[in-house]
Design a protein around this ligand. Structure first.
Ligand code: AKG
Ligand code: FE2
Length: 373
């Protein structure tokens, strides 16, 4: 069997292959410190607070999903307002009463875990080459571009409008299809509520961004136990490219979001979904609903798996701020703050750069001219 350990422990900085897994490194016998190329905290002094700080845990807004289908209009209006507030004040909320069976949620974790446990040789076929390849497997974020690696392996699969799935484990495909069908419905309903919270028709975003052919990416993140968790980082501060991301974690915390300029820990109620706003909602809402910065810390005790489904526009829809949001109540024009771009172009732009805060979104932001004096 060929060795796929990314770096030798004796000589840490070695040519690195995208295929290598940090899982295999973490399982090397006697590993009690991390190679220097994983020392995030020592190399990001510009990131004012690093994972070595211990952020507070906060209560994030909770949305009762069942109320979005309520026939009681007052109840529905109330939950739409709550959704709008959660998007505007947090960019993050927890969804309960979503109707997705607990057994399916558990099965998705188990099958993802099984995938990461496949021999490295088997995962080679899914080496990450191009951001638009429908099945990609790798480590860190974009290991060919990074000097400091993240303590994370990943699998990313395009599951809509075309459904893809690795051949192994054998049960993956049926489970994933069911999971995607249900999370897609949930995402569309939430986006409908968010559309209304912006004062638009419920199906406005759906139609404008052609969500019938919207791109959904299933991402499983695997963070093995790390001998020096305060030095390493599972995923650095970033915003998601999506409209909305639906996230689950295997009961092990680690997700942190930036709220009012401070990093805070978020933990989900059992069987709830964590939902965050992405860059395309920020663009569409002309900056009203900002995408939220988040990151994943690691720990020394337990492996952590998170499962994200990103809900995005169709790849070829040009997305810019929604035109009804560019006029105020008095009919005055509001300047568009983002340059329209297709989702395809946006994904390619993100991939050629390092994952770095909101740097991709910054490239489509329009800087207003400074008033001449
Ligand atoms: O593991 C987590 O909690 C965060 C994952 C994440 O941010 C992502 O997949 O984009
Ligand atoms: Fe993310």
């Amino acid at each position: 069997m060929t060795s796929m350990v990314p770096v030798s422990i004796a000589s840490p900085v070695q040519p690195y292959s995208n295929l290598s897994s940090v899982k295999q490194l973490a399982e090397s016998p006697g590993l009690n410190s991390i190679p220097s190329c994983y020392e995030y905290s020592n190399n990001h002094t510009d990131d004012q607070s690093t994972a070595s700080d211990d952020p507070d845990e906060v209560s994030i807004p909770v949305i009762d999903f069942s109320l979005l289908s309520s026939t009681n209009l007052d109840q529905r209006l109330k939950v739409v307002q709550e959704l709008g507030r959660a998007c505007q004040e947090w960019g993050f909320f927890m969804v309960v009463n979503h109707g997705i069976p607990e057994t399916l949620m558990k099965a998705i974790f188990d099958v993802s875990d099984e995938f990461f446990n496949l021999p490295e040789e088997e995962k080679i076929g899914y080496e990450t080459k191009h951001v638009l390849d429908p099945i990609r497997c790798g480590t860190s974020f974009n290991a060919s571009k990074e000097q400091i690696f993240f303590w994370r392996d990943f699998l990313k699969v395009f599951v809509h409008p075309e459904f893809h799935c690795p051949h192994n484990p054998k049960v993956f495909s049926d489970l994933l299809m069911d999971y995607v069908k249900r999370t897609r419905q949930m995402g569309r309903k939430l986006i409908g509520g968010i559309s209304q919270s912006l004062g638009l028709e419920e199906d406005y975003i759906e139609k404008l961004l052609d969500l019938e052919s919207g791109l959904l990416i299933f991402a499983a993140n695997y963070y093995p136990p790390c001998p020096q968790p305060k030095l390493a980082m599972g995923m650095p501060p970033h915003s998601d490219h999506s409209l909305l991301t639906l996230l689950l974690q295997n009961g092990v915390g680690g997700l942190q979001i930036q709220h009012k300029g401070k990093w805070v820990n978020v933990n989900a109620l059992p069987n709830s979904f964590l939902v965050n706003t992405g860059d395309h909602l920020e663009i569409l809402s002309n900056g009203k609903y900002k995408s939220v910065l988040h990151r994943a810390a690691v720990n020394s005790e337990m492996k952590r798996i998170s499962i994200a489904v990103t809900n995005g526009p169709s790849l070829d829809t040009n997305v810019g701020p929604a035109s009804p949001l560019l006029t105020d109540d008095h009919g005055n024009e509001i300047p568009a703050l983002y340059t329209p771009m297709t989702y395809r172009e946006y994904l390619e732009l993100q991939q050629v750069n390092k994952l770095d805060g909101k740097s991709c979104l910054d490239r489509v932001k329009i800087v207003p001219p400074t008033p001449s004096t």
